[in-house]
Design a protein around this ligand. Structure first.
Ligand code: ADP
Length: 790
């Protein structure tokens, strides 16, 4: 740099706010400008001729002297930014930054007051020292989020080397994702705006990627007129973990204590104490409650306590207590108690004995818990499984129903009634259980005296029709409607039964309704119907239904077996008859021939014999065909080959072929046909049906006239065969169309009971119907209806 000229000096001498001094080689002030006054409070004359050393802070003089000497000695030609403290007239110092150069053996120096700046920097240094020294992590960032400062605690916390964080974005230490960070920062700035500070928790990432949570305080700081964020952080991961553990423990504890207090509150666990030998026992309110006493009303007498135990359980309970004392062990017993109001409940009692120094028992104490619900549930299960077991051992319906009703009474009700639904829709009261025979009888009588029908509001029908269990708290008031219907008498009769509550449940098998079962309690009963009773009633009803259904299935299967056996014996008989007669005929002819009698070979005799044989063979054939058809129907292999044919013509043909037989059976026939009618069907199979109808009419109506009719509507053609035979009982009408079923018993009239069954199958395969209308003693009309447009 070029040395200053005088002009330079002149120019700068008058520069305001700049201090200008000229110092001689002996370090005295030779000149000073006016600025010495506003900056240092001196007048130029005060310092001119004075030693510079007198105006420099003692701590700075040495450096100042060395610097000035450098200029004199020519080791440096120019001084810039040299700062020292200069004395003011009031004894204080100002920081002055000097630029100086040597000219003609004198130092020309230009000074600027930098006190403020120095103070700020000084403060910053101090602040920095403070920040360094605090154990919490401190990080300062500008508004863009660039880190401008981090203390060593922060660097340790995050695992960075010193100053490694400087200039990096805050994001590298932030564990929250972008969106979350944005939200959180918004809140930080809002809080700072209003409170000047944000305090909260922040998740951070260490250099090695581990995450941790800090408790965080954020404030702002103006540095170089720019807002900065100062973040002070403390790792609270361990603290948090501990807090979590503590919270969990506390929660568990709270849960246990809640449960305990709940148990205590609901009156389930109580505490008792007894000094062995004393006649007083001490109970807390819970034990009192369990035993049915209001708080504070139990006498405390051991005798009263003992009397409260169910008589059957008293002795076993005391035995258990003395055994436990003998073994010096705690005991646990379950026994029944009887509350002062007569209610029976189950309790579980534990007890332990404390012994004195001499080994004598000094105190017994323990807990008492009401376990009625658990015990009742166990007993109910036991009760139901007993019922199931008994039922499975027999198929006798009435006996089973008696067992069910009798085990129910005395267990949860006083009486039990079963009303069974009969196939004709009638309801029959079949079983009544009650320990009083007079009431039993009345319950039967009421049913007969006041026959109900389906529209009645009687619970029996409600249950039967809707399937919903009907529970009635007080039968006498609820059945008011029935009183109105049947008059006061009904009400009086009901009152005689003395019933209070009733529960009626439907009995239902897999596919059919079986009836109802009703449980009832007496007016002064120990039993009260509640949810449990309803559940029990339904469970019993379910078992009763199963029992009835199984018995019915069993009976049916027995019937089926019986029919089959009968069929086999009839079938063999039926087959045997023609075979026997064939065999006999043959033997007879052989014998005649052997004797030389050839008359059997005469044409008319031979023809008759052949005809007779042919009939027998046809009979055998028919039987075998029927049996084969049955097998086909069972295997669903009865094939129908349809073709178009004219029905009336076809019927005339069959009748014509039948006429000789009809005449032989003494059955005059009248036939009435309609106009020709075209049908689609299997000729062979329909003929089978017609033949069967005609044969039956002939068989069962032998010696009586038979009327045959064909009628027609737009949709169907009907073939009717009227006979004047014995007719069929209405109860047998359905049965005769079933396999092996015959209304006539035994072997009065031959037949396998297959014809109608096979015929109905054939007609149904043609989408038609086969049915009978009949009156015993007057004859029957069998009708085959076939659709016209099948
Ligand atoms: P089957 O006649 O070989 O016994 P079916 O199946 O043809 O077998 O008839 C079944 C039963 O129906 C007969 O056993 C008989 O009891 C009754 N039945 C059939 N047709 C008549 C009729 N026309 N009159 C009275 N009973 C009849």
């Amino acid at each position: 740099m070029k040395p200053w000229t005088l002009e330079d000096y002149r120019e700068i001498v008058n520069l305001p706010t700049h201090l200008v001094v000229v110092i001689g080689a002996d370090s005295t002030f030779l000149k000073a400008n006016e600025e010495v006054n506003p900056i240092l409070m001196w007048h130029p004359d005060d310092i001119i001729g004075e030693k510079a050393k007198n105006f420099i802070h003692p701590e700075d003089w040495e450096e100042t002297y060395v610097t000035m000497s450098g200029l004199y000695l020519g080791t440096r030609s120019l001084i810039t930014d040299f700062t020292n403290r200069c004395l003011r007239k009031d004894g204080t110092y100002r920081w002055i930054s000097w630029s100086a150069s040597l000219r003609q053996g004198k130092i020309y120096a230009l000074g600027v007051d930098v006190t403020e700046k120095m103070q700020f920097e000084h403060e910053l240094t101090i602040q920095g020292l403070v920040l360094e020294s605090i154990s919490e992590g401190v990080v300062i960032c500008d508004e863009e989020g660039t880190i401008v400062y981090s203390n060593s605690a922060e660097e340790n916390l995050l695992g960075y080397q010193s100053d490694e964080l400087l200039g990096k974005p805050m994001q590298i230490i932030n564990a929250h994702d972008k969106i979350e960070s944005k939200e959180r920062l918004k809140k930080v700035f809002e809080d700072i705006e209003t409170d000047g500070i944000w305090i909260g928790e922040w998740d951070n990432i260490k250099k090695d990627g581990t995450r941790f949570t800090t408790s965080c305080r954020v404030t702002t700081l103006m540095l170089n007129e720019e807002r900065h964020l100062v973040i002070v952080q403390r790792d609270i991961t361990t603290k948090k973990k501990r807090q979590k553990e503590k919270d969990e423990l506390q929660n568990q504890f709270r849960m246990v204590s809640d449960r305990l207090s709940l148990a205590v509150k609901t009156g389930k666990i109580g505490i008792w104490e007894w000094k062995p030998g004393s006649d007083k026992v001490s109970w807390d309110e819970v034990v009192e409650g369990i035993y049915g006493y209001a708080p504070g009303t139990f006498s405390g007498d051991v005798a009263d306590y003992s009397n409260g135990i169910h008589p059957e359980d008293r002795e076993p309970m005391w035995i258990k207590v003395s055994e436990s004392q003998a073994k010096k062990e705690a005991y646990l017993v379950e026994h029944r108690i009887i509350r002062p109001n007569g209610e029976i409940r189950w309790v579980q009692c534990s007890g332990n004995t404390i012994y004195g120094d001499n080994g004598e028992p000094t105190l017994m104490m323990g807990t008492c818990m009401d376990i009625t619900e658990k015990m009742v549930a166990n007993l109910d299960q036991q009760f139901l499984s007993n019922i199931s077991e008994t039922l499975s051992s027999s198929f006798n319906i009435q006996e089973n129903l008696r067992i069910i009703t009798e085990s129910a009474i005395g267990y949860f009700c006083d009486g039990c009634v079963i009303d069974q639904l009969r196939p004709d829709g009638d309801i029959r009261r079949t079983v009544v259980a009650h320990k009083d025979p007079e009431i039993r009888q009345k319950v039967f009588q009421i049913h007969e005296k006041y026959p109900q029908h389906y529209s009645s509001e009687h619970p029996l029908f409600t249950a039967l029709i809707t399937g919903k269990t009907v529970v009635i708290e007080d039968a006498r008031t609820t059945w008011q409607g029935l009183k109105e219907r049947f008059g006061d008498g009904y009400f009086v009769d009901i009152a005689h039964i003395n019933s209070r509550g009733t529960i009626t449940v439907r009995l239902k098998g897999r596919d059919n309704l079986l009836g109802t079962i009703t449980f009832f309690t007496g007016q002064h009963s120990n039993y009260k119907f509640d949810q449990r009773s309803k559940w029990l009633a339904e469970e019993i009803a379910y078992r009763a239904s199963m029992a009835i259904e199984n018995s019915l299935l069993y009976l049916n299967s027995q019937e089926a077996i019986k029919s089959r056996d009968e069929f086999l014996s009839i079938a063999s008989h039926e087959l045997k008859t023609p075979l026997t007669s064939l065999t006999l005929q043959n033997q007879m002819r052989l014998r005649q021939l052997e004797k030389g009698d050839h008359s059997v070979l005469q044409e008319h005799k031979f023809r008759r014999a052949m005809d007779a044989d042919d009939r027998q063979l046809r009979r055998i054939n028919r039987l075998i065909d029927d049996m084969l058809d049955i097998a086909r129907i069972r295997a669903e292999r009865l094939t129908i080959l349809k073709e178009e044919f004219e029905f009336c013509h076809f019927i005339s043909d069959v009748i014509e072929r039948f006429t000789p037989q009809m005449e032989a059976a003494g059955c005059p026939i009248t036939v009435s046909l309609t106009t020709p009618v075209k049908l689609q069907g299997d000729l062979y199979r329909i003929e089978q049906v017609v033949v069967n109808m005609l044969t039956n009419a002939m068989k069962y109506g032998a010696g009586q006239p038979i009327k045959i009719e064909v009628t027609k509507t737009n949709y169907k053609v009907s073939f009717l065969v009227h006979d004047k035979g014995p007719g069929i009982d209405s109860k047998d009408v359905d049965r005769i169309f079933q396999r092996f079923e015959r209304a006539v018993s035994g072997r009065d009239i031959s037949g396998l009971g297959l014809g109608l069954y096979i015929s109905r199958q054939i007609v149904e395969q043609h989408d038609g119907t086969l049915f009978v209308t009949s009156e015993v003693g007057k004859g029957s009309t069998f009708v085959m209806e076939l659709p016209l447009h099948a």
